[in-house]
Write a protein that binds this ligand. Structure first.
Ligand code: FMN
Length: 188
């Protein structure tokens, strides 16, 4: 059974990005163990305090270390990633550098038509930095625009085309994890 860590870039309770990850968690529970990292519990990153890694950050580091991959669902805030997500990624780029050669699948929901494409471009750049060096799945984007129309009242993703598309990309992500196994172990 594979294990994925989940990061929702939005902190709000009714977040569509969180609902998307929760939907995947429920749908794949027989084959994949998925667990959320709660980035709202991370303090604001500050180099003055980073020597004492906060408990919440330690917990996230452990979860990512033990996972086969990480799914990040980001909203788009003013054409980029939300500050809370950037803050979490800054914490996770230090000390253990837990994203180095970790397979990552990026996705996002927004109210507008472009489905977080600008935020996702920024997120790919961040994850490609020396502090992260993540193995983001190339050539695939999960951009869910007009997202509120694609979930029902219970938070289930009900849009058939989107469901089929995401299932296909998730399968490619699993292939990507297996195909990069040797590379994940190499010291570069
Ligand atoms: C501060 C702020 C900035 C936003 N900027 C954008 C934007 O640049 N592009 C966009 O498509 N939507 C933008 N939105 C709308 C979000 O896409 C929408 O609220 C989305 O549902 C947020 O994700 P969530 O449901 O996971 O919280 C913005 C929302 C907020 C609160």
């Amino acid at each position: 059974m594979k294990t994925f860590a989940l990061i929702a870039g939005s902190l709000r309770k009714e977040s569509l990005n969180r609902k998307l990850l929760a939907y995947l968690q429920e749908t794949y529970k027989v084959d994949i163990k998925m667990e959320f990292i709660e980035i709202n519990e991370f303090p604001l990153f500050n180099e003055d305090i980073e020597a004492e890694v906060p408990e919440q950050v330690k917990k996230a580091i452990q979860l990512i270390q033990e996972s086969d991959g990480v799914l990040i669902a980001t909203p788009e805030y003013n054409h980029s990633v939300p500050g809370a997500l950037k803050n979490a990624l800054d914490w996770l780029s230090r000390k253990e550098k837990v994203f180095v050669k970790k397979p990552v699948l990026i996705m996002g929901c927004s109210g507008g038509p472009v489905g977080t494409s600008r935020a996702q471009n920024h997120l790919r750049l961040i994850l490609n930095s020396p502090g992260h060096q993540a193995l983001t799945l190339p050539g695939n984007e999960i951009l869910i625009g007009q997202a509120s129309t694609k979930f029902n009242d219970k938070g289930t993703l009900t849009d058939d085309k989107t469901v089929i598309f995401i299932n296909g990309v998730l399968k490619k992500f699993i292939t990507w994890i297996d195909a990069t196994k040797e590379w994940q172990k190499e010291e570069i």
